[in-house]
Design a protein around this ligand. Structure first.
Ligand SMILES: [Zn+2]
Length: 302
């Protein structure tokens, strides 16, 4: 389900599975944590379209400024298919008081409503659950309830769950919680895996059947890039190339092309060629941005 309506899996094309078009992270990033300019967003997404990018997954939740109507306008203006997220981000963005006053099933009800009826009367429906966040190396009490609600909403909607697990190997606990709620790991994308510099962690996740998302491609140093190439090679050598997702996680104004950042096209124009240079074949590299995200979004077997 895209913000403009249903989309056939075969029409997804080249997909960026973890991005943000509009976002408000000003709570943590006062200088650069706001993306709210529609015209600028259209110009940035035009660069993605020109680089053959067809679909973008926007994992912005309500806590961080989700704007369904604006996403639909930008999608219509640029021709980029946008799949919108739902559910809840991480502490400290969560409304802890609201979480205390709602049962897990009531939290799930809202996610289901976003997916089935659309968000707040806009008719714009979510097509993925996420990004569901844990802020630290553990899952906090409110976050645990958010994860359980995501799992229950997944059972009722069939939507894939995409998570935020940055810096610490907290994805393992996230997957444990979700599987305890009966979710098949194959329907889970663990986000920001490349921000955890432990290759054994990446392997532990894919061995359980989930997707790992290397989604800070282009916003770091040259060293980060070389390391990301190594992480990809590690997974491929272990036989898990089909479990890999790649994206930029554009979330700060400094990430935009207009500000000299990587922009939404960097992965396609610069990073995929690095993988070919490192010895992977072009066809397999192409699957990383087509077949893999299509399977991750739709739950098709691999
Ligand atoms: Zn994100």
């Amino acid at each position: 389900m895209a913000v403009t309506g249903p989309v056939r899996p075969a029409d997804l094309g080249v997909v960026l599975p973890h991005e943000h078009v509009f976002i408000d992270l000003v709570r943590e990033y006062r200088g650069s944590g706001l993306l709210n300019d529609e015209q600028l967003a259209c110009r940035e997404l035009a660069l993605l379209r020109a680089a053959n990018g067809r679909t973008l997954v926007d994992l912005t939740t309500d806590e961080i400024g989700r704007d369904p109507a604006a996403l639909r306008r930008v999608s219509e203006a640029t021709g980029v298919t946008i799949v919108m997220g739902c559910g809840h981000y991480r502490d400290p963005y969560l409304d802890r008081d609201w979480f205390d006053r709602h049962t897990v099933d009531a939290i799930a009800d809202e996610i289901v409503r976003d997916a089935q009826e659309g968000v707040r009367g806009t008719g714009v429906r979510a097509g993925i659950i996420g990004e569901i966040g844990a802020d630290k190396r553990y899952v906090s009490a409110a976050e645990e309830r958010s994860f359980r609600a995501a799992a229950r909403a997944h059972h009722r909607t069939g939507l894939t769950i995409s998570t935020h697990a940055a810096r610490w190997p907290v994805g393992l606990e996230q997957v444990r919680l979700l599987t305890e709620e009966g979710v098949d790991p194959h329907r889970v994308i663990v986000g920001h895996t490349d921000s955890v510099p432990i290759p054994e962690y990446h392997l532990a996740l894919v061995r359980q059947g989930c997707y790992v998302s290397f989604d800070s491609i282009g916003s770091g140093s040259a060293h980060d890039l070389r390391r990301a190439v190594e992480y990809v090679l590690n997974l491929v050598r272990a036989g898990f190339g089909s479990r890999l997702l790649l994206s930029h996680d554009i979330c700060l104004s400094t990430h935009l092309s207009a500000a000299g950042g990587c922009g939404y096209a960097y992965l396609l124009s610069d990073f995929l060629p690095l993988l070919v240079e490192a010895g992977l074949d072009t066809e397999q590299v192409g699957e990383f941005v087509t077949g893999n995200p299509r399977a991750a979004l739709t739950g098709e077997p691999w």
